[in-house]
Write a protein that binds this ligand. Sequence first.
Ligand code: IMP
Length: 429
Amino acid sequence: MPNIAIIGSQWGDEGKAKIIDYLSEKADVIIRFQGGANAGHTVIAEGEQFIFHMVPSGIMYPTKVCIIGNGVVFDAEQFIAEVNALREKGISLDNRLFISDLAHLVLPYHKVLDQASESTMKGKKIGTTGRGIGPAYADKVNRIGIRTGDLLDWSSFESKLTTAFEQKRFIIENVYNGSFDFSLNDLIDKYKSISEIIIPKICDTGSYIFNCLQQNKNLLFEGAQGTFLDIDHGTYPFVTSSSTVSGCICSGAGVGPSAINEVVGIVKAYTTRVGNGPFPTELTGETGDKLRTKGVEFGATTGRPRRCGWFDSVQVRKAIQLNGFTRIALTKLDVLNNFDEIKICTHYNKNGENIEQFPSSPIGLDNMEPVFETHPGWETDISQCKKMSELPENAVNYVKRIQELCYSIPILIISVGPDRSQTIEVEPL
Ligand code: IMP
């Protein structure tokens, strides 16, 4: 198998984890390269559901190596909770789960700052997950972050933590008029025990990956969030704090571009968004509610109801431009089983002018009207279909139209249900 990158083409929650889990069977090493515990990756294997926030979704295969790269902001408490849950299920993680020594830590004060900052935004809230992602990346860029590798020298870690804690306490007390419900000593004690658990897993993951490449091992790069939450290319400021497009794999994993052979865009058969910000094809009435219920569209991290709307080809064409997708995996097609009509946004209209390109700035989305074409639904349960030829004609036509609107990129997979077995391979790699 070639080395594959998996990237969300919309606003996250496209069903990446299922596809990552499915493709991981043929990979040797699965690597996360950005984001943090804001991600909520749901995997259903043999009827059992697992939600990962920190651990790569490929972990369910007992022989695969999983790596948390340097571009991730690492939430050690969340990581340990997931590791413990996996161990309880009898899944061994020994010598196959590694954390980059360069990954920045998300510390408890980052979460307090995240929530305090949101609380002052009044009508302009981003709607963050409250997991401390923005403040942790801000510290990184501000060159005052603390990295997992700092844990390898305890006295230096303690001194960095003390300085950072005092600075954050000053901000919380004087800017936000708040307080921490933990002391510096609490933090030091907590991280002393955390360090004992995670130190054996910390290493130079860039070198580890390079060795794997030399040995022709198959790599799978696991994206989190989605293209339109990218800090540069997304609907800023309603975005996350990392770069989510394929270009960031190199810096976030420590590899060169030649390490990536195929870029698979995960495209949900309709559109969702959690958090605030523009959403041209959003459905606020009954149809949106129906999509939410049928698709179980509730945030895997926060439980918030996701906003739902029809498929937006203008958006996905922009994602193709930004990521260089070589294949598409179309997910959650079965969610559309019970609709008599299904709409696709083909382009936008602004003041009478047809717009084919998603604007680079969200300001350009103001007054943009989505233009839809209507397709007949298939009103049949497709969740047990194993081949494209088993899909009803209306479902095939819907898929083909999406493909046509997306520069006719080959479709790798169509997902017709959450389980690994509910996957139609269309044009394998
Ligand atoms: P943050 O990443 O927690 O700072 O949140 C910033 C924005 O990104 C908010 O709108 C979140 O709802 C959204 N977001 C962050 N992670 C995910 C994800 O994994 N899926 C979908 N939306 C996300």
